[in-house]
Design a protein around this ligand. Structure first.
Ligand code: ADP
Length: 291
């Protein structure tokens, strides 16, 4: 069938608030041009801020790298870009002669962040249409080269900005990060509903800060109650990708600009992230093989 006509620019969100059935040809997915050279773009999303979405995104990207894939990381969290902190990178990207931005390179990843382009303070004043045009530039006006996977660290939440993003980026799938608390799970459910609305497959849920692991003695405590995300994933019929403990080393390595998969590659946390990365990679195999 002929592709549905592209409805230029950002689509009104209200058009997708209805519960009309969408055929594949109607779906926003079919209107998005793929990004040349990138086999699969995936989103890492969360229902709210502070659940560890960015920490999970970079360690997942590093886990995918460890599986032998060529990986990029796009920090699209315009309200609070964390990638400069997580990587220690600060510099502004250079331009190619064709005026494309050259992503920064760190840990073997190609990295782009809105935090490289604007001061942290001005990142807070983005408005709706600017958000999408900034993110479109970071997707399409960047010399990404050839990538198997581009991991997009989404802005937290499931509001209009996130919905617009989800429907305008050619996503092969989305990973939802949640903590075990009920409230956060409710937010994760909203995230799931949002991606389903725009026909983006949910690759699974990751439970972050799943349990507390004492850095001194290794004892495990289920502070927030444990297993909620696994249960929820089963109930909703999406894969459960894994549990990441709340551990000092995950926080301290992230804040030091050297995430745990990079700084402690043989440690237990890196193993968990790589296992999750394997489950994500398996779901993207066809896209990666077809590229
Ligand atoms: P978000 O992107 O959801 O706002 P961040 O990834 O910035 O969250 O994480 C918020 C804070 O929690 C950071 O200080 C980070 O280092 C810490 N953090 C995230 N995940 C873990 C974890 N599993 N164990 C310990 N600290 C964590």
């Amino acid at each position: 069938p002929a592709p549905a006509p592209r409805q230029g620019g950002v689509q009104p969100v209200s058009a997708h608030r209805s519960h009309q059935h969408q055929t594949p040809a109607d779906s926003p997915m079919s209107r998005q041009a793929p990004i040349p050279g990138i086999a699969a773009v995936i989103a890492v999303a969360s229902g709210k801020g502070g659940v560890g979405k960015s920490t999970t995104a970079i360690n997942l990207a590093l886990g995918l790298r460890d599986l032998g894939l060529k990986v990029g990381l796009l920090d699209a969290d315009i309200y609070g870009p964390s990638v400069p902190r997580l990587t220690g990178l600060q510099e502004k990207p250079q331009l190619t002669p064709e005026k494309k931005m050259i992503p920064l390179s760190r840990f073997g990843l190609s990295i782009m962040s809105i935090g490289f382009l604007v001061d942290e303070d001005s990142a807070l004043v983005w408005r709706g249409p600017m958000v999408m045009s900034a993110i479109n530039q970071m997707l399409r006006d960047v010399a990404w080269g050839t990538l198997d996977v581009l991991v997009v660290d989404m802005p937290p939440g499931t509001g209009d900005a996130q919905l617009t993003l989800a429907q305008n980026v050619p996503l092969k799938g989305a990973v939802i990060v949640s903590t075990p608390q009920d409230l956060s799970l409710i937010d994760a459910r909203r995230g799931l509903a949002m991606f389903r609305k725009v026909n983006v497959p949910v690759l699974g849920i990751i439970e972050n800060m799943s349990y507390f692991q004492c850095p001194e003695c290794g004892t495990r405590s289920d502070i927030f109650g444990h297993g909620g995300a696994r249960h929820e994933a089963e109930r909703l019929g999406v894969p459960f990708l894994g549990e990441i403990p709340l551990h000092m080393d995950i926080r301290s390595t992230s804040d030091a600009g050297n995430p745990v998969v990079e700084s402690e590659p043989h440690g237990p946390h890196a193993t968990i992230y790589r296992t999750i990365a394997g489950a994500v990679r398996d779901q993207l195999k066809d896209a990666i093989a077809a590229a």
